[in-house]
Write a protein that binds this ligand. Structure first.
Ligand code: HEM
Length: 181
């Protein structure tokens, strides 16, 4: 039997979906190159920052409601261990939201890219978060959440493998060119 779904869970689910949407454009471009010709990745890329802020706001609402519901004890270390994936993901979302503007891109230079790579850590943490926190009491949104976050994680792994393969073959052809010359 699936549990009824409280507002807090809906907010968590909407945060998850908005966050997945921010990961889609780059992933689709590499894994399904044909999508480059369509307008979808372009549109998603154009509004990525705004969608990221929406994900943060949903996560904030989700976090606040669950902190209240579960009497989160901010002074007990154990609490942070229980909620480690949620808390770390929330810190990452906050950092990304604060720095999602042209001013931060200019100020942080190369570090901006490094900081924003944290989004991929959040992805793995969220797979763990949803499975761990919903274990044994799935709501009706849980299967969709798990399907969404594991699919994007698998696509991300495929993307990284392809990028590595492309890099290696590029290096090989440069080497071949230098030998021929
Ligand atoms: C920051 C990004 C976060 C996202 C995207 C997120 C997302 C989610 C999702 C999708 C679920 C499953 C909902 C369902 O299937 O019904 C969930 C459950 C849960 N989350 Fe989060 N979460 C985040 C942060 C947090 C934080 C900071 C806390 C700390 C209190 C937290 C505590 C929980 C708890 C306790 C549950 C289980 C709820 C239940 O038992 O019904 N989450 N979260």
């Amino acid at each position: 039997m699936l549990d009824t779904t409280p507002v807090a869970n809906h907010l968590g689910f909407f945060a998850l979906i908005s966050y997945i949407i921010t990961l889609l454009p780059t992933t689709l471009r590499v894994v399904f190159p044909r999508t480059k010709k369509t307008e979808i990745p372009k549109l998603l890329l154009k509004y990525r920052r705004q969608i990221g802020v929406v994900a943060f706001l949903f996560a904030l609402g989700h976090g606040i409601l669950l902190v209240r519901k579960r009497n989160f004890d901010f002074f007990a270390l154990q609490t942070y261990w229980i909620y480690v994936q949620g808390v770390v993901t929330f810190i990452i979302f906050t950092l990304l939201t604060i720095t999602s503007n042209d001013w931060s891109v200019k100020k942080l230079k190369r570090n901006w890219k490094k900081l924003h790579e944290l989004t991929y850590l959040a992805m793995f943490l969220l797979v763990w978060h949803v499975i761990d926190k919903m274990w044994g009491h799935w709501s009706y949104v849980t299967p969709f959440g798990i399907l969404g976050i594991t699919t994007i994680t698998i696509l991300f792994i495929v993307r990284r493998l392809r990028e590595r393969r492309n890099k290696v073959s590029k290096l090989k052809s440069i080497k071949q060119l230098t030998i021929n010359n």
